[in-house]
Unconditional design. Structure first.
Length: 128
């Protein structure tokens, strides 16, 4: 009696055909490749943003060291980074210090600060 209720599974239970399986595998591979590229771009963007923040931090720290008279220990700069310092003197007792930090991705962080040695050193301009 149980054999009478069973239907033969020739056409309706055959599963996926080879072309359907290949198309599904191709779609999966393309989707996975797209997701991996998106992940890689996100990682590069995060690294670039972190380097930008670190560049601004290094430039600020360099100016803070300059403000204390340069008595702090020198900054440790990561490999392939560039740090330059430029000083311009302005009479009577002021100077402008500019610090430039360049990251490996060629991002430039430039900060400048005025330092005056005497509190009464005020630059006066002639009135027109």
């Amino acid at each position: 009696m149980s054999r009478r209720n069973e239907r033969p599974c020739r056409d309706s239970c055959s599963g996926f055909s080879l072309p359907e399986t290949l198309v599904a595998a191709l779609l999966f591979a393309v989707s996975l490749t797209g997701l991996l590229q998106y992940h890689q771009i996100l990682q590069q963007s995060l690294l670039h943003q972190m380097q930008q923040r670190q560049a601004w931090r290094l430039a600020h720290q360099q100016l803070e060291i300059e403000g204390t008279g340069g008595v702090s220990s020198p900054l440790s700069v990561p490999d392939r980074w560039g740090v330059s310092r430029e000083e311009q003197r302005h009479p009577p007792a002021c100077r402008r210090v500019t610090v430039t930090v360049v990251t490996p991705y060629r991002y430039r962080a430039v900060l400048s600060r005025w330092f005056c040695d005497a509190p009464d050193a005020v630059v006066q301009r002639d009135s027109p």
